[in-house]
Design a protein around this ligand. Structure first.
Ligand SMILES: [Zn+2]
Length: 209
């Protein structure tokens, strides 16, 4: 099953290729009766965000400490994250399947987006200008801003139609099919074999913290 040529370093390359898709794939085996959840607690969300480099070690530590002091706020932040994730999954999954766009999920997503837009700004870079996701990084749900931005950018790009859902009915991870003839069917190059590796990797990272 496992593609022996693949190491952990390029798993992200093989799987989501976009922050928002990696986020969607934090729920595995959507087709099973009991899907596998990676984000059980607020700390899981912080660890994942650190792994995805949307938080620095220092940001992550500050947020983890804040969460300990304000457990009910942390609970709200993780439940808000899961709500965003499921709305975004529903939108991209319907695109991948050529199904009607779920209007309810789009309006949920747009509520998150309006907050991001409120804090976003244009900054000058060496090559010109770029967007900066603003907002207060010490807010417990700050990491939802870059995730939302990533989903919005993908949705309006030509690549939106390259989003596919793994043909393994139990898996249902989303991925970006960049193959020349758009023929990829599985979340990993040949099958879902590498996923066990990905999960072990995430777990190991959590233990190290
Ligand atoms: Zn798969």
């Amino acid at each position: 099953m496992c593609d022996k040529n693949t190491d952990i370093g390029n798993l992200k390359e093989l799987l989501g290729r976009r922050l928002c898709l990696d986020f969607i794939n934090t729920l595995s085996w959507r087709g099973r009766q009991k899907p596998e959840e990676l984000l059980h607690t607020y700390r899981d969300l912080v660890d994942w965000s650190r792994y995805e480099n949307i938080l620095t070690d220092q940001d992550a530590e500050i947020l983890a400490r804040q969460a300990e002091r304000h457990p009910s706020e942390a609970k709200k932040a993780i439940s808000s994250a899961l709500k965003l994730r499921e709305a975004v999954y529903s939108i991209f999954s319907s695109i991948a399947e050529g199904a009607a766009l779920p209007k309810k999920d789009l309006s949920i997503f747009n509520r998150y987006l309006s907050r991001v837009m409120m804090h976003s700004k244009i900054i000058e870079t060496q090559d010109g200008f770029s967007w900066e996701t603003g907002g207060d990084k010490n807010k417990l749900d700050w990491m939802l801003n870059p995730i939302t931005r990533s989903a919005a950018e993908l949705l309006v790009s030509d690549e939106a139609r390259k989003v596919k859902e793994c043909r393994d009915n139990a898996c249902r991870w989303l991925f970006l099919d960049s193959s020349r003839n758009q023929s990829r069917r599985w979340c990993a190059m040949k099958d879902c074999g590498n996923r066990a590796k990905a999960r072990r990797f995430y777990k190991r990272k959590k233990i190290q913290k």
